[in-house]
Design a protein around this ligand. Structure first.
Ligand SMILES: [Zn+2]
Length: 97
């Protein structure tokens, strides 16, 4: 590829131009978009935050957005599951009386 600033041919994977030192844009997005486990955990603890992060990042940081989104979905899914289990337990308890 060629440097956007000085036009010199540089390595495709170069983070900065070897000629003028201007950032190429390589690495900056990929570096942060690591699908971090922490974001999944955050989405799991606070589903609404996970959902918002998913919507904000789905274009620029798909992996991280997916991690946060999955965390939120898992959290909501577990919440519904717990509700259903408690409902069934409660219902069968009443039925025995
Ligand atoms: Zn350059």
């Amino acid at each position: 590829m060629y440097c956007k600033n000085c036009g010199k041919e540089i390595d495709d994977n170069a983070v900065v131009c070897v000629n003028c030192g201007v950032a190429t844009g390589n690495g900056t997005v990929a570096e942060k978009d690591n699908g971090g486990f922490g974001w999944g955990l955050l989405g799991c603890c606070i589903p609404i935050v996970g959902l918002v992060l998913f919507l904000v990042w789905k274009d620029n940081k798909p992996k991280t957005a997916k991690a946060a989104g999955i965390g939120a979905v898992v959290s909501v899914g577990l919440g519904i599951l717990m509700y259903v289990i408690f409902f069934i337990i409660g219902f069968s308890g009443i039925a025995y009386y």
